[in-house]
Design a protein around this ligand. Structure first.
Ligand code: HAM
Length: 430
């Protein structure tokens, strides 16, 4: 029986463990995002994994993420708390609480929790990389935020991620449009079932991003929000598109792109990949939320940001054949210890301090077992430190995942091993 079948304990449904070596890819994705965010002048924000439930209830009662999917709990002092379902509300809450000087440019990496029906690319715990900028309503910031995300996908080497943009207008623009849309939907509701009618009555915008096949005809012919924008909203959206064009960032207008949170105003966008199932093809998305800080009791402060699911980014990398993580051997050296005092301990310590990736076996295993471990650890070299080597103050270096030409093994003076390995690594990198 496989070890995994022996225990009744498993990660909860819709969650997953990330283990080595796959976790190498996670480090790489986060590192590249952090690097890009730093280049754009964004600072890391870390907020708690749970907040008062009201923080999220602010972001919308027409939002499934809040209405149906939130993990809520009551703590021992009867406080209503919720595990973070998304990253924007906590950042805005932190802004309102701490009042940093705007513009406040931030990024984050954090787990999010949604009680969704799990399937590939949709989990009950997923991780997001994201960025939020508070305090600037200039459309150039919309362009900067989109460029940050867009460049990240390009950094990874992804070629098939499409950028969709839309404007949801100011809430005033939207109110007029919702009336028009609702009338249209109810006029065309015959034969489309009770759910269609109910959604059209309660949340007409939510009909626009529905996936039901038989609704699509009516959805496609529906009046569009962009036709109902105020002059100011229209001008803002045009400036965003011009900015994207100036930077050479290809984008498609998506007038039916209605993102799932009530807080959005004006610019909204999504990055879609055809490598994902159509039902959840978003690798990232975001938009403006110019009223949210005020709704949370803070000063009127415009904001814009995006979030992207790390798991989905990795699925898309797989589909596009993008390999992340370290190429080549995982270790520079594996020290084989035939049990001669502390020699191996000292050697591994010295190599690690010199900046090399080194490991060893423990527990007095046979030479053969240790060689096997060195192989499994994918080390460039095995270093043998037996009594003979110790007596002559040398190390026998065996090539494992490295090329030493015709030499299968060489002897290197003990004091020079670190320098020798560093030089080999440098040569390999060239
Ligand atoms: P969202 O569209 O709900 O937006 O999520 C952002 C991204 O997280 C999605 O595009 C997707 O890649 C990933 N994602 C969402 N749900 C799941 C899930 N159940 N499993 C796996 N991945 C998932 C937000 O959360 C907003 N806070 C984005 C934002 C930031 N808007 C403004 N600022």
């Amino acid at each position: 029986m496989a070890a995994s079948d022996a225990s009744p304990y498993r990660a909860p449904i819709g969650t997953h463990d990330v283990l080595p070596p796959d976790s190498e890819r996670w480090i790489e994705v986060v590192r590249r995002f952090a690097d890009r965010a730093a280049r754009f002048g964004y600072g890391l924000v870390i907020t708690p994994i749970f907040e008062h439930a009201e923080v999220f209830e602010r972001i919308g009662d027409s939002t499934d993420v809040v209405r149906k999917e939130m993990y809520e709990l009551v703590d021992r002092a009867d406080r209503r708390l919720a595990l973070r379902p998304e990253g924007t509300a906590p950042v805005v809450r932190a802004y309102v609480q701490h009042r940093p000087t705007p513009p406040w440019k931030t990024w984050y990496v954090a787990p999010n929790f949604r009680y969704e029906r799990p399937q590939k690319g949709r989990y009950r715990q997923h991780w997001q990389l994201g960025a939020e900028v508070l305090g600037v309503d200039d459309p150039d910031v919309d362009v900067e935020v989109i460029a940050l995300a867009h460049g990240f996908y390009a950094d990874l080497g992804l070629r098939q991620v499409r950028l969709l943009v839309n404007s949801m207008g100011a809430p005033e623009d939207r109110a007029g449009y919702i009336d028009v849309l609702q009338r249209y939907l109810l006029d065309h509701a015959d034969g489309l079932g009770a759910e269609f009618r109910q959604r059209a009555e309660q949340h007409p915008l939510r009909v626009l991003d529905a996936k039901q096949e038989d609704w699509q005809d009516v959805i496609e012919r529906a009046p569009q929000l962009t036709e109902h924008l105020s002059d100011a909203s229209r001008a803002h959206f045009e400036r965003v598109q011009e900015g994207l064009e100036a930077l050479g960032i290809a984008h498609e207008l998506a007038p039916r792109l209605v993102r799932g949170f009530d807080y959005y105003t004006s610019t909204t966008f999504e990055f879609a990949s055809d490598a994902l199932d159509a039902a959840q093809n978003a690798v990232g998305g975001g938009g403006r939320y110019d009223r949210l800080a005020e709704e949370m009791g803070g000063p009127a402060t415009p904001g814009i940001g995006f979030g992207m699911g790390i798991e989905r980014v990795l699925i898309v990398c797989d589909a596009e054949g993008v390999t992340l993580g370290r190429a080549g051997p995982a270790l520079d050296a594996f020290v084989i210890d035939p049990g001669v005092g502390e020699a191996a301990t000292l050697m591994v310590a010295a190599l690690r301090e010199a900046g090399l990736r080194a490991d060893r076996a423990y527990g007095g295993r046979s030479m053969k077992a240790q060689m096997k471990m060195a192989d499994r650890a994918a080390a460039s070299y095995g270093l043998i430190l037996g009594p003979d080597e110790i007596a002559r103050d040398v190390v026998t270096v065996k090539a494992l995942f490295a090329d030493m030409g015709s030499d299968k093994q060489v002897e290197v003076p003990r004091a020079q091993v670190a320098a020798w390995l560093l030089q080999r690594r440098e040569e390999r990198a060239r």
